[in-house]
Design a protein around this ligand. Structure first.
Ligand code: ADP
Ligand code: MG
Length: 464
């Protein structure tokens, strides 16, 4: 009937607006490159900040000793300790703990957040076993992975530019987050020095390089999205410091804030952005990353409920709650291979309290998940192509027989959302062509950001 045609109309219209043909993706890549170059020229360059990380040496494999790391991402934070074995010794021991961040702390005060983190770290330190050894007279050292945009002033200091991913604590903005952590550690009586402050992308790059010499870039696809890569210091006009011995500098792109008129932005994306605490910002991230994908699906479903009585005469109250449909739920529905789409049925029952839904409606939901995930994955691939182009690894000329270009990848979205991951890889292959693709690989750097931060603490240790 009319209701069903309206459903299909909304679906088709959405699919069309989400379209990402290769030509469009290439325009997105080109626009990103323009933005990245502007960011390398000046801090006022544009939306893509291209932050200088002060990491001019990636791990060599000779790092030695006991180091801690603290990884503050989006939903959880992780603490870990590693015992590094020195030349060819690898990682001898590692232990970690994962702690959820209570919602109220994400929008509370700076002191409350850092006190909480420090107190959890304090507990973790007391569990240090004998296999971890700190040389006599030394203070423990920590690499702090902080996955938000920071204007670094050195390897161990930097001020928060803005929060993202649902965090909103005004009094942290403009403060040195390494110092905030150090103060909280002192308050909690934790005897530990903050040796390195690193973005998660930079940590993942460091961790990735430690295990594979061909790693040239790192990408995060988790709650948010971002990328870092190794740039020639000479190619960074805004860098006025001494030229590093290595000639290189790791750049944290902060590509999540990228925006161009070529992005296939729909009315649902615009509404999501409007309702977010960082409206107008992180537009690329809002189309790609785990925090948002599920909510885009929810918004289209809401429209279908409103205009096509998709769930019957009334709109399910739960459907109006932002973020109630999370990306892991969307992923489970997308991966539903059962003939009657029973996973979709039970998710809709659990989340929206709708007891039954016809098979053809379940198929519509499956389509919605596919459309949103495909668009995100293809846009992420366009971003990776941009990085490859920045470092000249996107052409056959750049591929001699032996040279490999490895992108270290981390984040829950990439790790768990198989359809997303496969689509991203297929798209990148499509973009660079089969021949170049043979020289490129994407490798999952499991917990690379935490380990990377501990490696960077080791290579920048105050006792070296
Ligand atoms: P963060 O980005 O906060 O450091 P993670 O890298 O662990 O943390 O990513 C967590 C994000 O990954 C979640 O916000 C969620 O969006 C996404 N995610 C987790 N599990 C799944 C899943 N099964 N399917 C799809 N996305 C998932
Ligand atoms: Mg993370």
């Amino acid at each position: 009937g009319a209701k069903w045609s309206r459903t299909i109309e909304i679906l088709r219209d959405f699919e069309e607006k989400c379209g990402t043909p290769v030509e469009k993706l290439k325009q997105v890549t080109d626009a990103l490159i323009v933005e990245m170059n502007a960011g390398l020229h000046s801090d006022k360059g544009g939306r893509v900040k291209m932050l200088i990380s002060y990491v001019d040496n990636l791990p060599t494999g000779e790092e030695d000793g006991l180091f801690y790391a603290l990884d503050l991402g989006g939903t959880n934070f992780r603490v870990l300790r590693v015992q590094l074995g020195g030349k060819d010794g690898g990682i001898k021991h590692q232990e970690f703990a994962e702690v959820p961040i209570p919602m109220e702390l994400m929008i509370g005060t700076s002191d409350d957040l850092f006190d909480y983190i420090a107190s959890e770290l304090a507990k973790f330190v007391t569990q240090e076993g004998e296999e971890f050894q700190l040389p006599f007279g030394r203070e423990r050292e920590l690499g702090f992975t902080f996955s938000f945009p920071v204007m670094q002033t050195s390897i161990d200091s930097g001020t928060l530019i803005t929060w993202a991913k649902g965090f909103c604590i005004d009094d942290t903005v403009g403060k040195d987050v390494a110092e905030e952590l150090a103060k909280a550690l002192k308050k909690q009586g934790v005897d530990m020095h903050v040796t390195a402050l690193v973005n998660d992308t930079v940590g993942t790059l460091a961790g990735g390089r430690f295990s594979n010499k061909d790693v040239i870039a790192a990408v995060i696809l988790g709650t948010g999205t971002n990328a870092a890569y190794v740039e020639r210091a000479e190619a960074i006009p805004k860098w006025h410091g001494p030229l590093p011995k290595s000639g290189e500098m790791v750049i944290n792109t902060e590509w999540g804030n990228f925006q161009t008129s070529n992005l296939p932005l729909t009315e649902y994306d615009k509404a999501l952005d409007c309702d977010s605490p960082n409206s107008g910002e992180q537009i690329y991230e809002k189309m790609i990353s785990g925090m948002y994908l599920g909510d885009i699906v929810r918004r289209v479903l809401y429209r279908m409920a409103e205009e096509a009585s998709f769930f019957g005469g009334t709109i399910p109250p739960k459907l109006g709650i932002p973020f109630i449909l999370r990306t892991p739920d969307m992923s489970a529905m997308h991966h539903d291979t059962s003939a009657d789409l029973s996973v979709i049925g039970s998710k809709i029952k659990d989340i929206l309290e709708i007891p039954t839904l016809s098979l053809k409606k379940r198929k519509v939901i499956h389509d919605l998940c596919r459309i949103v995930a495909t668009r995100g994955a293809r846009l992420a691939a366009a971003g990776i192509l941009g990085i490859l182009k920045m470092v000249g690894r996107d052409t056959l000329l750049s591929c001699n027989e032996k040279q490999k270009s490895v992108v270290a990848m981390d984040g829950g979205l990439y790790e768990h959302y198989t359809e997303f991951r496969e689509c991203l890889e297929e798209t990148l292959k499509e973009l660079v062509g089969d021949k170049v693709w043979e020289h490129i690989s994407i490798e999952h750097a499991n917990d690379g950001s935490g380990i990377g931060a501990s490696l960077l603490a080791a290579s920048h240790s105050r006792y070296l």
